[in-house]
Design a protein around this ligand. Structure first.
Ligand code: ZN
Ligand code: ZN
Length: 137
């Protein structure tokens, strides 16, 4: 694996460089993730904030999650591609939840766990050999 891995949004206005492997990569099948990804599930790579650098303008939108935490989303204002999520109320947090799209190398972004499979679309088959959780974990 060669770092940094580079990526961009769909229109190229937002770019980033990732300097270290993500801590964990999850596939989330909850209904909120289906909407945000306009896809049967979303892939989230948990990365340290100091191991990533962003360029370009991003807009923010947030919602209250089931857990009571605020879930803030950063996205490209031009093409709407979701870039990452984070919790703005948790100042101790050094992690952000990257939406790994448009990568120069995607080999480290295979999810090791699938969560919220209780809300999974019926036609999608979970691959063998990954952890599965009905809800959060
Ligand atoms: Zn864009
Ligand atoms: Zn989800």
């Amino acid at each position: 694996m060669e770092y940094p891995i580079e990526a961009s949004c769909q229109c190229g206005q937002v770019t980033y460089k990732l300097f270290k492997a993500p801590k964990i990569v999850l596939a989330c099948h909850c209904k909120e993730c289906q909407k945000l990804a306009t896809s049967p599930f979303s892939v989230t790579a948990v990365v340290d904030t100091e191991s990533i650098e962003f360029q370009g303008e991003m807009k923010e939108w947030s919602r209250l999650a089931d857990s009571g935490n605020t879930n803030a989303a950063k996205f490209c204002p031009v093409c709407g591609t979701r870039i990452y999520h984070y919790n703005p109320e948790d100042l101790s947090t050094v992690k952000l939840k990257l939406k790994p799209v448009g990568l120069t190398d995607d080999s480290v972004f295979a999810p090791s766990a699938h969560i919220w499979v209780s809300e999974k679309q019926g036609w999608y088959q979970i691959p063998d050999g990954v952890k599965v959780a009905q809800k959060q974990s």
